[in-house]
Design a protein around this ligand. Structure first.
Ligand code: NAP
Length: 278
């Protein structure tokens, strides 16, 4: 049985891949969660070439939330602890799509995916001393246009940027309330902006975004640098001294006024629970 175990969602690519590397280098047994085996297997082979069997893969497509329960069953059949959960899987969708449960895809994967992963693994995190939950958010939250009465983006012209930015604001608001709910459990949670990073991000976008995003690649930072803040939040004493904060470049940041609106954060939490109960 491994000493310390962590999960990285979206671990086969970009920032998630480097989060897996960073955590494995720190001696963790890493469960790299991948949407599918086709893109997961080559990433797993690269990680195993470096870290051997201390990295393994489990599959979970978050566009069907019932897969998270299956992932949990597979994980708990093997491990009796979870030290760090890194919620990182996310994307931007160029056109309106729906998850299996009927939620707008960006909101469904980027926010509900983090929410349900956390809720599902919480008993295990609670029974593991000093565990942490780290969520990959984004500075994109600063152009969000979140309407709490229309989280599913119904009857609105679809905007890939707005839905994405909203979902990243949700990550920050979720982290705030989660920290409050975890008071007294010893679990620390934070979220972070990784930087503007040269990854596959944007490959599913459309229009100008699809055209111009690749042109900025030379000016973007690498995934290794981007993952540093995530690893810092997962491990450092500094990050362990507070909880519920938004970070970038391993420093605490304020986020915009929407990100600091605790009433909205609580309302989002309640609405999310309501949507998941439907
Ligand atoms: N790149 C940036 O500039 C930037 C900036 C701020 C925040 N972020 C955030 O960083 C995180 C990682 O993105 P990245 O830049 O590393 O992009 P990436 O290279 O495209 O990686 C995204 C990861 O999420 C996975 N994913 C997407 N949809 C999924 C689903 N339905 N179920 C399970 N996994 C799914 C992808 O799986 P596949 O490989 O199968 O597609 C991939 O492993 C995201 O949350 C993103 O919002 C990125």
């Amino acid at each position: 049985m491994a000493d310390r175990v962590c999960i990285v969602t979206g671990g086969n690519s970009g920032i998630g891949f480097e989060l897996c590397r960073g955590m494995a280098a720190e001696g963790f047994h890493v469960v790299m969660v991948s949407r599918g085996a086709e893109r997961g297997q080559p990433a797993l082979e690269k990680l195993q070439a470096e870290f051997g069997d201390s990295v393994e893969m489990m599959l979970c497509d978050m566009s069907d939330l019932t897969n998270i329960e299956k992932l949990h069953a597979e994980f708990t059949a093997k491990f009796d602890r979870l030290d760090v959960l890194l919620n990182n899987a996310g994307a931007m969708w160029g056109k309106r799509e729906r998850t299996t449960q009927g939620h707008e895809m960006t909101f469904g994967v980027n926010h509900l995916g983090y929410f349900v992963m956390t809720e599902t693994f919480l008993p295990l995190l609670k029974s593991t001393p000093n565990s942490r939950i780290v969520n990959t958010a984004s500075e994109a939250h600063k152009v969000s246009w979140l309407k709490l009465d229309n989280l599913n983006w119904e009857n609105r012209r679809y905007s890939q940027w707005r839905t994405y930015a909203n979902s990243k604001l949700c990550n920050i608001l979720f982290t705030r309330v989660l920290a409050q709910k975890l008071e007294g459990t010893g679990i620390i949670t934070h979220c972070f902006h990784p930087g503007v990073v040269r990854t596959r991000f944007g490959s599913g976008s459309s229009g100008l975004m699809r055209l111009f995003w690749p042109a900025f690649r030379p000016f973007m930072i690498g995934s290794k640098r981007a993952a540093k803040t995530g690893v810092h939040l997962a491990l450092s004493e500094d990050a362990g001294s507070t909880t519920g904060e938004y970070w970038s470049s391993s420093k605490r940041r304020r986020g915009n006024r929407h990100a600091r609106n605790h009433d909205n954060a609580e309302q989002l939490w309640e609405l999310t629970e309501g949507m998941l109960d439907e």
